[in-house]
Design a protein around this ligand. Structure first.
Ligand code: SAM
Length: 310
């Protein structure tokens, strides 16, 4: 009974957030994406080796290191040395967009405040070829070791990992970082597979509220650790406005030096952030946040780019 009620609430909310999401989540996943790891290989080497096993990926227009393949090729790709040697990294395109929005430069220091398994930090190690400095924070012991293992396999030498609670970093490291990524722990609604029975088994509105409270603490910590003039990217893989626009709106209300800026990458399936939810208005600038509508290739995602004025 309780489960049925949860499911009803879940779908009613999605319908209100954006009816396009429900039909999109029902689309079968037909493709997946990966990117090359410049620390270990080149585009040419990857394409040559894949061609030898009859795998021909399609390059993504907006990111030269990213490729797309039909889902049936996933197992074949995982079996190649390219994958086991860490020369390629399977990563959803939405995650790549969120990471790219950081535009990290080689003389900058990035804090990845909720880091495991480390895919977004690794994108920058690869792009900057181990230049630039990255601190990666993850409190969960198992996930922390997975993170360190991924950094090692990928050959990343510019990342230091810390097993800490992200909420403590702002106080420990005030105004240390040029860029901060908060890819927040969330209710992961975009990962629900609506083609299976009982897809929202682990979802409840209470969990959404609990996540929202944690995310608000984390975003304040992220903000405190950011240098004036720096940029924070806040991201989640969930649709609930309480975990997205409401968290960013909370920061805007609390910190007068926080301003949303337009993202660099805008694609067809991107929509603006909400400025109104359940009788509550958010700051108009939340239109600059992005909601990525899932489409069978891109996962559903929310991201906001926030500048700290000097
Ligand atoms: N950025 C990662 C990537 O691209 O591979 C994915 C991060 S995942 C969405 C969120 C992570 O936040 C999880 O690994 C979770 O264990 C971690 N987390 C949970 N509570 C946290 C906290 N209080 N401080 C920092 N991280 C936390």
């Amino acid at each position: 009974m309780k489960r049925q009620n949860n499911e009803k609430i879940f779908f009613e909310r999605l319908e209100k957030i954006d009816p396009a999401i429900i039909s999109a989540l029902k689309l079968p996943k037909k493709r997946f994406s990966f990117r090359i790891n410049r620390l270990k290989t080149t585009n040419d080497e990857v394409l040559d080796k894949l061609e030898k096993v009859s795998i021909v990926p399609k390059r993504v227009e907006w990111f030269e290191d990213a490729y797309v393949l039909p889902l049936e090729e996933r197992q074949n790709l995982i079996k190649t040395d390219l994958y086991t040697d860490g020369k390629i990294y399977i990563q959803n395109l939405s995650s790549m967009v969120a990471a790219l929005e950081l535009s990290l430069k080689e003389d900058e220091w990035l804090l990845d405040l909720a880091s495991a398994p480390g895919g977004k930090a690794l994108l920058w190690s690869s792009l900057l070829e181990n230049r630039g400095k990255i601190s990666a924070v993850e409190p969960d012991r198992n996930r922390f070791f997975m993170l360190k293992r991924n950094f090692k396999i990928s050959g990343a030498k510019n990342i230091r990992a810390y097993q800490k609670d992200g909420r403590t970093i702002g106080k420990r490291c005030p105004e240390y970082f040029d860029k901060v990524l908060l890819d927040a722990p969330c209710s992961s609604e975009s990962k629900f597979d609506l083609s299976i029975e009982n897809p929202v088994k682990y979802w409840s509105i209470r969990r959404v509220y609990r996540n929202s409270r944690l995310q608000k603490e984390l975003i304040l910590s992220a903000w405190e650790s950011l240098k004036p003039g720096g940029v924070l990217v806040y991201a989640t893989c969930t649709f609930s406005p309480e975990e997205n626009e409401e968290v960013v709106n909370f920061l805007l209300e609390k910190r007068a030096d926080a301003f949303l800026t337009e993202p660099d990458i805008i694609l067809e399936n991107f929509k603006s952030g909400l400025t109104f939810w359940e009788g509550r208005a958010f700051d108009e600038s939340l239109k600059k946040a992005v909601r990525i509508v899932p489409d069978g290739l891109f996962d559903g995602f929310f991201l906001a780019k926030i500048k700290k004025v000097r």
